[in-house]
Design a protein around this ligand. Structure first.
Ligand code: C2E
Ligand code: MG
Ligand code: MG
Ligand code: MG
Length: 292
């Protein structure tokens, strides 16, 4: 639809763009309520040891069940929350809930596994971040060696001295640090040398590349070898097929995360898997809610 405006101005009406703008606007304001009104929830995706197929960790992934718009994926609202600062409230909530859940599983007699929690650069940048992590550990009573914080490269590009100091303080608390989404942006191997990182999470784009481009196989193999040399734990993200799994095992990647073994699951669906401990390939199983 186009309607005439004035003499030679034509405004083109784009319903899609308008809905998107409206949606973004309402989501931004609704984020404030999301935490207060219990609209956020966590799903957990197992991370498994490639050799044994044993669950060694789960990643906590936030979901938003919006009363009007329904399910909003994190990729849509995390960036909005970063824009308006609500990411701090959301991040605090996620960290607390994830630690509480970890404690809860241990009280149920489930073998200890690592809980991996995503931390936004804005959250990390707060002066109070380290003391906040410390108080959550104390309040929930978890053993910090089972808490892992996932940061991304945009954390590391900030003030070098400050970031390094913060990472050291976090390490002193006893938690481990993962570098998430490696290979997605302008990844630099220098970070691996300069910062005290325990785990390298290779972004799922890498495996997609491998499917399309033989050369990227060598690249991925080299990254895994380097990480192994630096005694970094490697998690390959986005393993969706058996051939991909064989490939990443073959190049010496010790941990994987992907739909082949499990999608992120609500707690009640995850619990039986945590008791079983070993995951087998998940092919053609119906998707849990929220995952398309
Ligand atoms: P991420 O931290 O890299 O998390 C992994 C994402 O990859 C998850 O998407 C997961 O569902 C997806 N994934 C895992 N295996 C596969 C696979 O085999 N194939 C495909 N196609 N995807 C797979 P999700 O849950 O939609 O989260 C997207 C991103 O949103 C996360 O990427 C993370 O950057 C951000 N995010 C999620 N929860 C939080 C949170 O609590 N705090 C912050 N700051 N960011 C979060
Ligand atoms: Mg992550
Ligand atoms: Mg990632
Ligand atoms: Mg990420």
């Amino acid at each position: 639809q186009a309607k005439k405006k004035g003499i030679n101005q034509v405004v083109i009406y784009r319903p899609h763009a308008d809905v998107e703008t409206y949606k973004k606007f309402t989501l931004m304001t609704d984020l404030r309520k999301a935490v207060q009104e219990d609209e956020l929830l966590l799903h957990f995706q197992p991370i498994i040891q490639a050799k044994s197929q044993k669950i060694v960790a789960t990643e906590a992934l936030v979901r938003w069940n919006h009363p009007e718009w329904g399910y909003i994926p994190p990729n849509e609202f995390i960036s909005l929350a970063e824009e308006n600062g609500f990411i701090n409230a959301i991040g605090d909530w996620v960290l607390y809930k994830a630690c509480q859940q970890l404690k809860n599983w241990q009280s149920q007699g489930i073998d200890p596994i690592v809980m991996s929690v995503n931390v936004s650069a804005i959250q990390f940048d707060q002066d109070s971040f380290v003391s906040h992590v410390k108080s959550v550990i104390e309040e929930t009573g978890i053993d910090p060696k089972y808490l892992r914080l996932e940061i991304t490269e945009n954390v590391l590009v900030e003030d070098y001295v400050q970031v390094k100091e913060k990472l050291e303080q976090l390490k002193k608390l006893g938690v481990s640090i993962a570098l998430d989404d490696f290979g997605k942006g302008y990844s630099s191997l220098i970070y691996l040398q300069h910062f005290n990182i325990d785990v390298l999470k290779v972004d799922k784009l890498f495996l997609k590349e491998v499917e399309e481009n033989e050369k990227s196989k060598d690249l991925l193999r080299t990254i895994v070898e380097l990480a192994n040399k630096l005694s970094l734990e490697v998690v390959i993200e986005g393993v969706e097929s058996a051939p991909q799994f064989e490939f990443v095992k073959g190049i010496g990647a010790n941990h994987i995360q992907g739909f082949l073994f499990s999608k992120p699951l609500p707690e009640e669906e995850l619990i039986p898997k945590l008791y079983e401990k070993y995951l087998s390939l998940e092919i053609n199983k119906p998707s849990p809610i929220f995952e398309k």
